[in-house]
Ligand binder design. Structure first.
Ligand code: ADP
Ligand code: MG
Length: 248
């Protein structure tokens, strides 16, 4: 086992997950340092989403442990709601509430979970929405927005309370191609602002430009990881080469 990095925001140590007898995560070790952007790539079914879901405690690990800023969040005594409130999450399918205005979607958790006064939450929400080009959508309902705008709203919601870690799971996969860029631009500005991000994506050119490190998952294991140049241009493993030849 590696010596623990005291600055790591996220540490996975020998994480295993099984669904019945389907061994989906087969001993994953992974660290994400503060301000680091780590991009997870790999074929469909390789375990990327399951990895994300164990970190957010949607799925329980069967073995190993996960530390968030040094706290063992897989300890059965961990407060699940509290852990989740420290992590911002965006998934592939926008999960905005259709009956709530954009600003109410964005501030709901801040008000309910973090107990931030409504006026303060609204001020911060309006500020972030404006900064990310959504200032004129504050009081609209989600169905008035494009898919790209909805996904940007979901990101604003995820960052409203300054989470320690952002988990982004294929957040552009359901978007029309012409809407992908505006969402990825937002992720890039979060990186520039110092966010710590673990992101699964099939957007290889984005991964090359933004990732500090790329992790290749293959059949439930991290097969190799390194800089974008190392993984995308000089992969060591045959399975990585084979995957890249299909997606690049
Ligand atoms: P990826 O995100 O890389 O496409 P997933 O983590 O979604 O991969 O899936 C990895 C494997 O886990 C697949 O074999 C999938 O069928 C299985 N799996 C994922 N979620 C569940 C679940 N809730 N119940 C049973 N099997 C699951
Ligand atoms: Mg997935």
């Amino acid at each position: 086992m590696s010596v623990l990095d005291p600055h790591a925001v996220l540490q996975l140590q020998d994480v295993h997950k099984l669904f019945g007898d389907n061994h989906v995560l087969k001993g994953v070790d992974l660290e994400v340092a503060s301000h680091e952007v780590v991009v997870v790539i790999g074929a469909s079914g390789s375990g990327k989403s399951t990895l994300m879901r164990t970190i957010n405690l949607i799925e329980q690990v069967d073995d190993g442990r996960i530390l968030l800023s040094g706290d063992d969040i897989t300890d059965p005594r961990a407060d699940v709601d509290k852990v989740r409130s420290r992590i911002g999450v965006v998934f592939q399918h926008f999960n905005l509430f259709p009956h709530m205005r954009v600003i109410d979607n964005v501030t709901l958790a801040a008000r309910r979970v973090h107990k931030i006064p409504a006026a303060d939450a609204r001020a911060r929400g309006v500020d972030l929405l404006t900064r990310f080009g959504l200032g004129d959508k504050v009081d609209d309902y989600p169905d008035r927005l494009s898919g790209g705008q909805q996904q940007r709203v979901a990101i604003v919601r995820a960052i409203l309370t300054d989470p320690e870690l952002l988990l982004l799971d294929e957040i552009t996969s359901a978007l029309d191609p012409q809407l992908v860029g505006e969402v990825l631009d937002l992720v890039r500005s979060l990186k520039d602002a110092g966010s710590t991000i673990l992101m699964a994506t099939h957007e290889m050119s984005f991964a090359r430009g933004v990732a500090d490190r790329i992790v290749f998952m293959h059949q439930g294991r991290i097969l190799e990881q390194g800089s974008p140049e190392e993984i995308l241009d000089h992969p060591r493993e045959e399975a990585t080469r084979e995957f890249l030849s299909r997606v690049m």
